[in-house]
Design a protein. Sequence first.
Length: 366
Amino acid sequence: MGKLSVNIADSSYDVHIGADSYGLFTTDYTELLESVDKIAIIADEHVASLHLHVLQDSLETISCEILVKTVPAGESCKTTDVYTDCLSFLLENGFTRNSLLIAFGGGACGDLTGFVAATFMRGIRYIHCPTSILAHDSAVGGKTAINMPEGKNMVGSFHQPSGVLFNENLFITLPPREIRSGMAELLKHAFISDIAWTKELLSNPSFTNPSLEWLAPELLRGIHVKAKIVEADEYEKSVRKFLNFGHTFGHAVEAVCGFGGLSHGECVMIGMAYGLLLSETNGELNESLTNEFIQFASSNGYTFTPIHEHSFETFYSYMTLDKKASFGKLNFVLLKEVGIPFVKEIPKKQLEKAFEQLQSRTEGMV
Ligand code: NAD
Ligand code: ZN
């Protein structure tokens, strides 16, 4: 089993990944689970229908009362309605400041559960049991959030979990789109940290069809990148911004495609192509890397269709709405070289030019 520690000032915790990680509930985590008065598993209803029994079996010997609250699958759980529903569930069932939550699902369920934990009685403890590849990113670092009709992740807080337990066996039911989504975030971690690793990933013929044996140590590598960044900058004042590589444009694609048409990582993949293009003129990246990346993305089932279906102005207006846009100025995470990210404000004219270049370099790709 793989393990690494995230060492943040007041809240250090471990991340475990392995087929037997839930076994830790009856060893390393028993003391915590037996010290609380009640436990609620907040579970993505789709994931629960497939795998809840695996989690419940591993908690069987815990004497504390454990309730299950299922929430709508995926992004649709990150609403104010579902959030208040969860709070009411906890209140109606007598949960207190000494209770604990377990998030069981992908990044959406994790973000919701984290936000419920952050705010219920001014903050209670929670454990992540992430079930998607993408959640190697979202379950580490303590960002929690729900969406508003006006925008994604507009309400949230920083609240670190007490532990993160990945059972990689649960990945086998992930649909191809969700595998692509999570693998894009893994590639992002490579791009911002390590050229050799990036090249390894870009030359992997099984990138979107990975074996579990290969995947677990790779995810740990991605988590390591994220953990080091979060340890250095928990509240995103400086280097944590690097984790947004591919996201400023990616979020705009996600918004334009109406949240749900494409997965988050698929949109980030388009955003990374855009980031690489901008890094040609603002960094020292070679055009051939961007082209290799675009080819790689396309041959692995990632699409560039949205940028041929919508205008630059449409994406631009969404980019300026992003909560990371400050006073209408758009800052992008770019790469001086692969592994060396930096942040730079890019003027609109240049953004438009890069958009046109991306259109022409992806011409004819679906
Ligand atoms: P998700 O949670 O929406 O899950 C995607 C779909 O996969 C859902 O339909 C879900 O039911 C299904 N699913 C999950 N695990 C499964 C499994 N094992 N088998 C079959 N189906 C499964 O998506 P995600 O990609 O895991 O997470 C995306 C969310 O994470 C977004 O809301 C994003 O904002 C958030 N996020 C947060 C952070 C952070 O730092 N907090 C970072 C990145 C992303
Ligand atoms: Zn992301």
